[in-house]
Design a protein around this ligand. Structure first.
Ligand SMILES: Nc1ncnc2c1ncn2[C@@H]1O[C@H](COP(=O)(O)OP(=O)(O)OP(=O)(O)O)[C@@H](O)[C@H]1O
Length: 291
């Protein structure tokens, strides 16, 4: 199954003669990447996210790839005849969990977001902030391969906003692709692999901010592969440096937050790469000061 989601020459307009909201869009979303979409109000950001989440179809062009996808919409329907826990348990079972496992996972996530006290409150009685937490939990519960977040931080309290940032970083390190829109320019600052601006129905890659390497500790991984063999693409994207001291032996350095992603890419390659050693690198002065 193709886990990269791809938009090829995609256009979307509403109504036969409506203006093109998006046109000629080319975008690939590989596993483990974090992509920010920005742009002024009404330019088509939510429309793009709905196409990526595949809950809307393009008027022209092609969307391909079938990652397991979860989506937090800009407006989450709250008038549902469930309690928060009942709703999340139901969704968990839809995603293949047993009922007890779905209830456990829902309670754990609600607790992480400080919403456990409202687990048994009917959805229709939840405050805006609490129902937003349920919207976020329903998406994280699905353990998606692609997570699409449309203003998901809006309405959350400070602790929950920080928790969602942590969850996004955790998920991308584990191989989930995340595409998000948020009105706060500081959201996940420095973390996105790419930022695109929706402008004049097109998508411009922002190049004024060079991609920053994630700060913090690093891990050095020595692997052996076929002589002259190419590192898997997901591994190449995760590493900050790679050298081949002897033919077929590669020393890779990766931010610790991306080490799971790197190891998974190497071990699931066909044929798999042999992992010789994994070492945490001594912290430099920069990482020391962050502890
Ligand atoms: N279902 C729809 N039917 C008709 N027009 C629509 C529909 N959905 C979106 N549009 C139009 O498409 C344009 C882009 O809307 P969209 O919600 O994608 O913008 P946005 O950039 O997400 O805006 P905001 O920042 O305000 O959320 C708007 O002109 C909007 O009116």
């Amino acid at each position: 199954m193709q886990r990269d989601l791809r938009l090829d020459n995609v256009g979307r307009r509403f109504g036969l003669r409506g203006p093109w909201v998006l046109r000629g869009i080319h975008l690939t979303v590989p596993p483990g990447t974090l992509i920010r979409i920005e742009g002024p109000n009404g330019t088509g950001k939510s429309t793009l996210l709905r196409l990526l989440a595949r809950i809307d179809a393009p008027t022209e062009g092609r969307v391909s790839g079938a990652p397991r996808t979860a989506y937090v919409p800009e407006r989450f329907p709250t008038a549902l005849p469930f309690t928060a826990l009942g709703y999340l348990t139901h969704l968990g079972t839809v995603h293949g969990l047993s009922r007890p496992a779905a209830t456990r996972a829902a309670l754990e996530w609600l607790d992480r977001f400080g919403a456990a006290p409202y687990a048994r409150t009917p959805m229709a009685e939840l405050s805006k902030g609490s129902s937003q937490k349920v919207a976020v939990v329903q998406a994280l519960l699905a353990e998606p391969e692609l997570l699409v977040l449309d203003e998901a931080w809006t309405g959350l309290d400070a602790d929950a906003r920080a928790e969602l940032e942590r969850a996004v970083v955790e998920r991308t390190a584990g191989g989930t692709a995340v595409v998000f829109v948020d009105h706060d320019p500081r959201r996940l600052a420095g973390a996105p692999d790419a930022t695109y601006t929706v402008r004049n129905a097109g998508l411009d890659l922002r190049t004024d901010q060079p991609p920053q390497e994630p700060a913090g500790p690093r891990v050095s991984v020595v692997v052996q592969g076929p002589s002259g063999g190419q590192l898997p693409a997901d591994a190449t994207r995760a590493v900050v440096s790679a050298e081949e001291p002897t033919p077929g032996t590669h020393r890779l350095t990766v931010p610790a937050s991306h080490s799971d992603l790197l190891l998974r890419a190497l071990l699931t390659a066909r044929p798999p790469w042999h992992v010789v050693s994994v070492h945490q690198e001594p912290a430099g002065p920069d990482t020391e000061s962050r502890r």
